[in-house]
Design a protein around this ligand. Sequence first.
Ligand SMILES: [Zn+2]
Length: 179
Amino acid sequence: MGTLAGRPVRRELPQYFYRLPAHSQRTYLASDAIERYSLAPSAAARALAASLEHALEAASLAQVGDATRALAHELCRSFGVAAVPIEVRGARPHNVRGELHGVYYEPERRGAPGRIVLWMKTAKRHDVVKPRTFLRTLLHEFCHHLDYEHYGLPDSFHTVGFYKRESGLMQQLLPVPEA
Ligand SMILES: [Zn+2]
């Protein structure tokens, strides 16, 4: 279990925050106050992120699924949290509002694991998603998993703190190469 010793951060809150019940507001502020994880991904996780990049270049659904699960497994291991089942599918579902990149299905009850589904091809052209985009989506959904399993939060919100943690993890796993 992680620590929730983050300090409240002064920034503007979205309108929906004010409509949340008090206990959800507390969860929201706890999430928003933590801007980075106190753990860094292991060297093994960084190597697995590179393997996932290569699997996406090869464009095989089975290989991408295996590489994604291997990386997620290592991330869960290094964070000391329950493994999260992950399924990788082909073309993204889409509607008028856009394409779905990934989904984190919340745990149905406390103590039960959540579940992640990711899509590796664009909706219309069926192009394989760019490796950084795919990894970013995986990490986004993984950060939801960490909210429940690492921080023990009862809910997972898209706070500014959440996005900062996601970006930090991305930068550690697959740094932007220097120009
Ligand atoms: Zn999300």
